[in-house]
Write a new protein. Structure first.
Length: 243
């Protein structure tokens, strides 16, 4: 058998509307709240019976935005500055023979939305619209190995960048009510330094833009500091990753 077919259970609603700014791994930003919308025939309440006894879930998903770009036996992991090549099976890169990923997320409950069944999730690292292929409960006794070796990614990425907000950007965060943790969410995203490796090597001041939820966020980077200059409601297509 050279090929198999899989059912798409549903799709993710995510604050990340573009790959830029998505954290490298799940769980790094607790404020990243999303939803998995299950469609019929997988929207049956019976399909999640007992799931509320688990705090975390594994999601098996498709890298849908890069699925048609093929795969490569060697990739350049961002954690190594994009300067070293590693075998794709020694990384979590998207360009895989089968464009499938794993993500562990916090389960925050479920509710119905007409014929759809929605699971609310925390700490996600998934692009908006990601197709989900399977859901499995996270089992701490089997899935957690604190003494395991992590290779070149043995420690969590650095979050030592500082962040400030202009008075206008801060006022925007405080005025909107839909996302009470918007300021903290933006700050944690920027502390992760979402810039591509080659950009981090440049010393001059740089300006960037990203889309989170339905907001366009503009900020500048000066050495090790991020300054959010403007936040506004998104109109039209998501912004590019730089100005």
């Amino acid at each position: 058998m050279s090929e198999i077919s899989l059912h798409i259970l549903g799709y993710v609603r995510s604050p990340y509307k573009q790959k830029f700014a998505i954290p490298r791994q799940p769980g790094l930003i607790a404020e990243a709240i999303g939803e998995l919308v299950l469609h019929p025939p997988f929207a049956d309440d019976a399909i999640i019976r007992g799931i509320d006894s688990f705090s975390h879930l594994w999601l098996v998903f498709q890298f849908h935005e890069t699925a048609d770009k093929g795969w490569s036996p060697l990739v350049r992991p961002p954690r190594l500055g994009g300067n070293q090549k590693k075998g794709v099976f020694a990384t979590r890169a998207t360009f895989r023979p089968n464009p499938i990923g794993l993500s562990v997320v916090k389960f925050l409950g479920s509710y119905r939305e007409g014929e759809k069944l929605v699971l609310k999730l925390g700490g996600i690292d998934l692009l908006d619209g990601t197709p989900i292929l399977d859901i499995k409960p996270y089992l701490p006794y089997a899935d957690s190995h604190p003494k395991a070796d992590g290779g070149f990614a043995d420690a969590a990425p650095s979050t030592d960048m500082t962040v400030s907000f202009s008075p206008e950007a801060l006022a925007f965060c405080q005025a909107q009510r839909k996302y009470p943790e918007l300021q903290q969410f933006i700050e944690k995203v920027l502390r992760q330094d979402p810039r591509p490796p080659y950009k981090k090597q440049k010393e001059e001041r740089q300006s960037y833009g990203m889309t989170l939820y339905e907001f366009n966020i503009k900020w500048t980077v000066d050495e090790n500091h991020n300054h959010v200059t403007r936040i506004c409601e998104l109109i039209g297509e998501p912004s590019d990753d730089s100005n």
